[in-house]
Design a protein around this ligand. Structure first.
Ligand code: GDP
Ligand code: IMO
Ligand code: MG
Length: 425
């Protein structure tokens, strides 16, 4: 059976968690393939609101096995908090959650290095979530990292010590005040918790599942415009957030991928620094932030808001090979007389509909077109028939993107979803 990949097409926070939670009953396995606790995936069901950071968003569905893949970076401290909460909700972690031995660990000193690096960057800071993501991936690619499987080895403590000593030297060079042993206790409490979880060779397990005909949903974090290669570099995260990242982050062959579900908001948001061509810094942007409750799920920071950006969205669909689109949060725009759409950029004096190489040092000025707004998305509650006004926006986007919008999310809750085009799974 093939794998379906679900990922964000913008700058993160598109509503991936919600859509995974909706789709999880169709799959036997949900597997996170990259990122770490910089992610905040929100689920709303049975009157509860839950934010997940490392654990896949299928964890509250009885049928699904959840796997934290090798491409993820794990902070044992935040993982412990998350697991304690999930257990308190009655989820049987022992049967529902597996962790890849090859997933790298985030050490307390990685978080300090993240802070020190941002301080040194000053005005040019990335606006990182400061969860140690960049430094942990740097140690991975620099071949210094510690992996979840290493906690099973006898000399784990010594290896931890050796790496923190290296970090202490770096922190001292960066003029960052570090006290030896800072954060160690909480880290080792997290390690104890990690020891109690099921560590697996997840690439072997997933390929077994594929052979057995099990259905797998690969869950991405962040968004395509934050991708280390294709995002607005250097204002990006440190992992591969695109479809290809599901192969390296889970150890599954590219040929196993069937549907690629690309999630986008009916408008755009970005949290942290970096270019955002269609950003609205006026009252309209404030209105979207207020109506959409656009504050970070992980850091609580206000999200920057703007109109939908078609050149960026087309680019994201292209590099991911999106087969099915899912639109979230159009309900937030209900009541706007007209909705802006960035159709092109003016870049170095020329109009273009293509994403330019460098929009950090040369601005991409948005060209906006305005379409009619809508009063309501559905004609009546309980009957998921789209209103005519809103349908106009959907068909307009489908034409512009040359792809069908298979899912329309009409609110944060699990039940608030319309499957416009049936996706076979
Ligand atoms: P993720 O990181 O992609 O999982 O997204 P976040 O959870 O960070 O942010 C999405 C926010 O929008 C969360 O608060 C969700 O509960 C909420 N949300 C998701 N879909 C919808 C929707 O269709 N309408 C509304 N109003 N809220 C939504
Ligand atoms: P989810 O999975 C939105 C942003 C940060 C910063 C940049 C680098 O919830 O969509 P990092 O901590 O990775 O060094 O930060 O990336 N960022 C996100 N923005 N949603 C996320 O995850 C994000 N994860 C990182 O704000 O600009
Ligand atoms: Mg989020």
């Amino acid at each position: 059976m093939p794998v379906d990949v679900l990922l964000g097409l913008q700058w993160g926070d598109e509503g991936k968690g919600k859509i995974v939670d909706v789709l999880a009953p169709r799959y036997n396995v949900v597997a996170r393939f990259q990122g770490g606790p910089n992610a905040g995936h929100t689920l709303e069901f049975n009157g509860k609101r839950v934010v997940l950071h490392t654990i896949p968003s299928g964890i509250f569905r009885d049928n699904a096995i959840n796997i934290v893949g090798n491409g993820v970076v794990i902070d044992p401290v935040t993982l412990k908090k998350e697991i304690d909460f999930i257990k308190s909700q009655g989820v049987d972690i022992n049967t529902h959650l597996f962790i890849s031995r090859k997933a790298h660990l985030i050490l307390p000193t990685h978080c300090l290095l993240d802070k020190a690096s941002e301080l040194l960057k000053g005005k040019g800071k990335i606006g990182s979530t400061l969860r140690g993501i960049g430094p942990a991936y740097m140690d991975k690619t620099g071949r210094n990292g510690l992996r979840a499987g290493d906690i099973e080895s006898k000399d784990f403590k010594n290896r931890y010590k050796a790496l923190t000593e290296k970090h202490a030297e770096l922190l001292s060079n960066m003029k960052y005040d570090y006290k030896e042993g800072e954060g160690d206790d909480a880290f080792f409490e997290g390690i104890e918790l990690l020891r109690s979880l099921k560590l697996v060779d997840s690439e072997l397990l997933l390929n077994e599942y594929l052979k057995d005909g099990k259905k797998i949903l690969a869950e991405g974090a962040q968004g395509s415009l934050l991708d280390i290669d294709f995002g607005s570099y250097p204002y990006v995260t440190s992992s591969s957030t695109i479809t290809a990242g599901a192969c390296t982050g889970l150890g599954i062959p590219p040929t196993s991928i069937r549907n690629v579900i690309g999630i986008f908001k009916a408008y755009c948001t970005r949290v942290g620094s970096g270019p955002f061509p269609s950003e609205l810094t006026d009252a309209t942007g404030d209105r979207i932030r207020k109506q959409g409750n656009e504050f970070g799920s992980t850091t609580g920071r206000p999200r920057r808001c703007g109109w939908i950006d078609l050149p960026a969205l087309r680019y994201a669909c292209m590099i991911n090979g999106v087969t099915h689109l899912a639109m979230t949060k159009p309900d937030v725009l209900s009541g706007f007389d007209e909705i802006g759409v960035c159709t092109d950029y003016i870049y170095q004096g020329k109009k273009t509909s293509v994403m330019p190489y460098d929009i950090v040092h040369h601005a991409a000025e948005p060209v906006f077109e305005y379409v009619s707004g809508w009063k309501a998305i559905e004609t009546q509650t309980g009957n998921v028939k789209l209103s005519n006004e809103f349908s106009g926006y959907v068909s307009y986007l489908e034409k512009q993107l040359n792809l069908k919008i298979a899912f329309v999310s009409t609110g944060p809750g699990r039940e608030e979803i319309l499957e416009k085009e049936i996706m076979s799974a």
